[in-house]
Design a protein around this ligand. Structure first.
Ligand SMILES: Cc1ncc(COP(=O)(O)O)c(C=O)c1O
Length: 597
């Protein structure tokens, strides 16, 4: 009589090329597996991957497009390349269960542990006291000796002989027929080519071949850890697709309107005009306040040049003001000294531009009090500070006008873009008008003012809409990076952080920046940057103050020494919201090693 067992779980094989086909054949020989699991098919980023192989199962679609049922669906990782495995596990970890498959004839000794998502092919022998991590692949006929460890994501190909007490790091690849002699330690990400005989320990990222195994002359490039790279939320492509489907490819369209609405809601401001850059937003803000040739505009000196460039576009003079030590932003006392000095020369500044540097709110209460007293409008440069609050108000909404940037490295990005925000309807209406070539309402093309081509496109606004869905998460992630660095580096003598002076400041911590005191540590930011670079980790010095820049050095500046001191000590650390725990640990360990060696 035939016994029919109800199959409870679905299994998808990830990877439809050669290794997937091998796994398919092993499964077909395993009644135990077939009784419990129903193979639904393959998933692969290349949906034609199976074309060259006959198979019982189809490629059902691309890995990221597939909708899994968390309680029912399992995947088998039929991938040999450790880096690809890492990427797939990162993408699917919370969406689906990873199944381990150990062929029934594998000999397993005492005290062997095997992690999830691991595949062990027929004819392997695992001796005693062995620890095999998750997402490991062990191909046909491989032998693993006693007391050995194979760490996460590593792939050991066919007929490899690993002797006793060997330690294999994470994401190591060992080619077929290689031999590893006893007690060898192999560092993470190492590649050992087929047939190699490994007689010596190998540091991480080694690439070896031959008997005895020697280093290849071409080093493996360590994957770069970026300062702040774009981090998509997932919905962006849907909004872009909407634009394509409705043929709203040309400038403006529903994505722009909706993006502006989402900015208005999130910032708690009445009006927003989405533009093609933060620099364009500053330029228009200055025009809206009537800044013209010969006028003066006060701006923070410690900033990116884009804060000052538009002042010069208009033929006006930037007057630079130094920072305060607490927030690193424009110093209220020095600001007032500057205003008094300009007034005494008969030159009343037309605007003040405080900057919320690296997401830290400027000291807005004092700045607004001074600005109101002297009746000078404030343009807040919140390019780096979406999600930062001062006294519970989104920065950029406290002065008369605020500007935001959605440049590629900002907390959210439209690849390039910006916005001008204000509670003043007339100002924002005028900004929209100027940003569309100042075209008057008329049956023909009519212009009475100089216009600009500064609007964002409907496509880029679609990216912005997707990004606005995850802005809260991004703020949490960036702030968590800051807490992580602070907790782990804060005790090193001579390192300090850009910390909020009190709880009226809520920074988004766009970039975590540290100050390194050369006297206390005996080291400089430049040396740390070089050390990080050796590990392919990007970092960046603090903005060089504008009064030190050749292009602005002839303009008036009111200084107190703070920005120069910050510049001499500061380094911005990798702060992306998409950094993995492993990335953060790597940056941290590199910094700790640097300071303790
Ligand atoms: C402080 C500051 N202001 C202005 C800008 C200009 O923004 P965008 O690059 O969008 O023109 C940036 C960023 O690039 C910035 O960091």
């Amino acid at each position: 009589m035939e016994v029919i067992v109800k199959k409870k779980f679905n299994v998808y094989i990830i990877g439809a090329s050669g290794f997937g086909r091998e796994i398919e054949s092993w499964i077909s020989l395993s009644n135990n597996f077939k009784n419990r699991f129903l193979i639904k098919g393959y998933l692969d980023d290349n949906i034609y991957a199976l074309d060259s192989y006959p198979s019982r199962y189809k490629v059902l679609g691309k890995i990221d497009d597939f909708q899994f049922q968390k309680n029912k669906d399992f995947v088998l990782l039929a991938i040999a390349d450790p880096t690809i495995k890492e990427s797939i596990v990162g993408r699917l970890k919370n969406k689906v269960n990873f199944l381990s498959f150990i062929f029934s004839n594998v000999i397993i000794g005492k005290n062997v542990t095997i992690g999830e998502g691991t595949i062990i092919a027929p004819n392997c022998v695992l001796s005693t006291n062995i620890n095999i991590g998750p997402y490991v692949t062990i191909n046909l006929g491989t032998h693993i000796g006693h007391d050995s460890t194979i760490s996460d994501f590593s792939s050991i190909m066919a007929n490899v002989d690993i002797s006793g007490s060997v330690k294999i790091g994470e994401s190591v690849f060992i080619g077929s027929n290689a031999t590893i002699v006893p007690r060898i330690i192999i560092g993470d990400k190492t590649k050992i080519t087929a047939g190699s005989i490994v007689l010596n320990n190998l540091p991480e990222y080694s690439f070896v071949f031959g008997n005895p195994a020697k280093k290849m002359s071409k080093p493996i490039i360590k994957p770069r850890i970026f300062l702040s790279s774009p981090h998509m939320g997932g919905a962006e492509q849907k909004y872009i697709q909407d634009a394509f489907d409705s043929n709203w490819i040309a400038p403006l369209g529903p994505n722009v309107d909706n993006f502006e609405d989402s900015i208005v809601k999130y910032c708690g401001v009445k009006y927003a005009a989405a533009l093609n850059s933060g620099t364009a937003a500053i330029h228009l803000a200055l025009i809206l306040l009537g800044v013209d040739r010969g006028d003066e505009v006060i701006a923070s000196s410690l900033t990116f040049s884009a804060t000052l460039n538009p002042i010069v576009y208009l033929g006006a003079t930037p007057v630079m003001v130094d920072s305060e030590p607490g927030t690193w932003n424009i110093c209220p006392e020095t600001l007032e000294i500057a205003i008094k000095s300009r007034l005494s020369k008969g030159r009343k500044p037309k605007a003040i531009i405080p900057v919320h540097l690296y997401g830290m709110p400027a000291n807005m209460e004092k700045i607004m009090e001074i600005a109101n007293r002297y009746e000078i409008p404030v343009i807040e440069d919140a390019a780096e500070a979406l999600g930062s609050r001062y006294n519970d108000k989104q920065v950029g909404t406290i002065g008369k006008i605020g500007i935001l940037s959605f440049n590629g490295n900002k907390i959210i990005t439209t690849s390039g873009g910006g916005a001008i925000i204000s509670d003043d309807k007339e100002l924002i209406t005028k900004a929209r008008f100027l940003s569309k070539q100042a075209r008057e309402i008329a049956p023909h093309y009519q212009h009475t003012e100089v216009g600009y081509n500064y609007r964002i496109s409907n496509i880029l606004a679609g990216i912005g809409l997707g990004q606005m869905e995850v802005i809260d998460k991004r703020v949490i992630q960036r702030r968590d990076n800051f807490d992580f660095y602070k907790k782990n580096l804060g005790k090193i003598e001579g390192i300090s952080f850009q910390e909020e002076p009190d709880n009226s400041f809520f920074p988004n911590h766009w970039l975590t920046t540290i100050l390194i005191d050369p006297e206390e540590t005996g080291k400089t930011w430049l040396e740390l940057q070089a050390e990080l670079e050796k590990e392919n980790i990007e970092s960046r010095p603090l903005w060089k103050p504008m009064h030190l820049q050749p292009i602005f050095s002839t303009f008036p500046a009111y200084l107190n020494g703070t920005s120069e001191e910050l510049f001499s000590k500061g380094l911005c650390l990798p702060s992306g919201s998409n950094m993995t725990e492993k990335d953060r640990m790597k940056v941290l360990n590199t910094i700790i090693n640097f300071f303790t060696k």
